[in-house]
Design a protein around this ligand. Structure first.
Ligand code: SF4
Length: 380
């Protein structure tokens, strides 16, 4: 059930792989899996490959061989997040509502603000995180489309992150006390499962994600690295605010390895001031500025792990080696460049989802299904 990682046995890493095998062996369950953007540039390291080797196709093949009924991409949830988050940013800008807006894809940072800055919990975006959005759509739209009982669907998330295990159980993110995401396993756990199944990973052919809910864009891939969420939001907000096509989608000023970065982007005649923090020490600096009323930003992205999810606690150990993080980051941007569609609002399956089911982005149904709230918690 668990793997010991602490030499004194005071701490253990919980493995939940047995739960996944149990679900896969239950003939009454329809078990689907989603994989976060950062997994594809790190999983190969567990099989002797260079950091930054992109193994998306092999990973999908492995998951199909393991017996999942559907293999999907959390990037779809990331595109959906951008539809809602860009709408929320524009709504706040145009209606003089609370600014800056803070992205909230990272549950460790959400927990941090709830406990350490409870007076600021009205500031983050209310969007659910991408894998929870995906789980919500799987148990509603996907269930209806495939005539499945949502109670028989098991959603498994493969995440670069240990905090996502606790996030999936937050009461605010469940529906009628039922989970939208049932089991979360990390990149390391996935690697262990592939080995347990006797799959020769490096010999696998490439396969494609299943559809619908499988089409994704370059904007969603860059969620895997710090600064990527806000860049993806800017790509969409730019076109929605100006009505003009964004020809160069790469915002170099939002990229880099520093844990605290500031940049600005011109959207029409509006200069959008952006802050990016990775690591909670840097998040604290940004939050203290907001609390003191001296923040200059309109929008801020915060990620708890240095470098963002590519350096997440569930990824293959990098032992603080910045070169490994850099290679994973570069691979994320390469994957973005290889995508035919690079803006979330141009994802045809996302457009169809709104047309067939959700209605307008940031509308009533989207709000009910895709947004959440935060709690003031005891200061620790
Ligand atoms: Fe998880 Fe780290 Fe990514 Fe936050 S930055 S979602 S803690 S992996």
């Amino acid at each position: 059930q668990c793997v010991q990682v602490c030499p004194t046995a005071a701490l253990t890493e919980m493995f939940h792989t047995d739960k996944v095998w149990e679900a896969l062996n239950d003939p009454d369950k329809h078990v689907i899996v989603q994989t976060a953007p950062a997994i594809r540039v790190a999983l190969g390291e567990l099989f002797g490959m260079e950091a930054g080797t992109i193994v998306t196709g092999k990973m999908v093949s492995a998951l199909k061989r393991m017996g999942f009924d559907g293999v999907f991409d959390t990037d779809f949830g990331a595109d959906l997040t951008i539809m809602e988050e860009a709408s929320e940013l524009i709504y706040r800008l145009e209606n003089n509502k609370t600014l800056p807006i803070l992205t909230n894809c990272c549950p460790a940072w959400v927990k941090f603000i709830e406990h350490q800055f409870p007076e600021l919990i009205h500031v983050p975006s209310t969007c659910k995180s991408p894998h929870i959005m995906f789980g919500t759509i799987a148990k509603t739209y996907y269930a209806e489309k495939n005539k499945l009982d949502p109670d028989n669907i098991v959603v498994v998330s493969i995440m670069p992150c240990i905090a996502k295990k606790a996030e999936a159980k937050r009461p605010e993110l469940t529906k009628d006390e039922k989970n939208n995401v049932d089991i979360v396993v990390t990149t390391r756990e996935l690697g262990a499962m592939i080995k347990e199944a006797g799959i020769k990973f490096d010999a696998l052919p490439d396969s494609e994600f299943d559809s619908p809910l499988g089409e994704t864009t370059g904007a969603s891939v860059i969620f895997g690295t710090a600064g990527g969420v806000i860049e993806a939001a800017v790509r969409t907000a730019y076109e929605w605010m100006t009505g003009e096509e964004l020809e160069d989608v790469e915002f170099e000023q939002l990229r880099g390895m520093d844990g605290l970065r500031k940049a600005s982007v011109l959207i029409g005649d509006k200069e959008l001031k952006i802050g990016i923090a990775s690591g909670l020490g840097n998040a604290r600096i940004i939050l203290e500025e907001i609390r003191e009323g001296i923040s200059e930003y309109d929008a801020i992205e915060i990620m708890a792990c240095p470098g963002g999810c590519i350096g997440g606690g569930g990824q293959p150990y990098h032992h603080g080696n910045r070169e490994v993080i850099k290679k994973r980051k570069d691979a994320i941007y390469d994957e973005d460049r290889r995508k035919k569609i690079r803006k979330s609002h141009e994802n045809p399956e996302i457009i169809k989802l709104y047309e067939e089911y959700l209605g307008k982005p940031f509308g009533e149904k989207a709000h009910k299904l895709l947004h959440t709230h935060f709690e003031e918690r005891e200061r620790i």
